[in-house]
Design a protein around this ligand. Structure first.
Ligand code: FES
Length: 83
């Protein structure tokens, strides 16, 4: 079921997910509805959101957006401070 709220991201947290990820592919949750933040668990189904793929060639420390309002997509740009 869809309603107007399905077109707005849910703020999962107002702090980024700072973590070290190994080389590989990851799916970042853009809708904020996943219970496995910051990664997609399929909860976007029925909304206008799709997960964003992250491809890492090597181990990297990242700050992934949890507020889902970053202008930098997957990565935190500090936008959570204005929410
Ligand atoms: S659960 Fe949020 S994008 Fe998949």
């Amino acid at each position: 079921m869809t309603d107007s709220n399905d077109n707005k991201p849910v703020i999962a947290a107002k702090t980024p997910a700072v973590m070290k990820l190994g080389a590989g592919d990851y799916w970042w949750c853009s809708c904020g509805r996943s219970s496995k933040q910051p990664f997609c668990d399929g909860s976007h189904k029925g909304t206008s959101f799709q997960p964003h793929k992250i491809v890492l060639e090597e181990e990297k420390k990242v700050a992934l957006c949890n507020c889902k309002h970053s202008g930098n997509g997957t990565y935190c740009d500090g936008s959570h401070a204005n929410l």
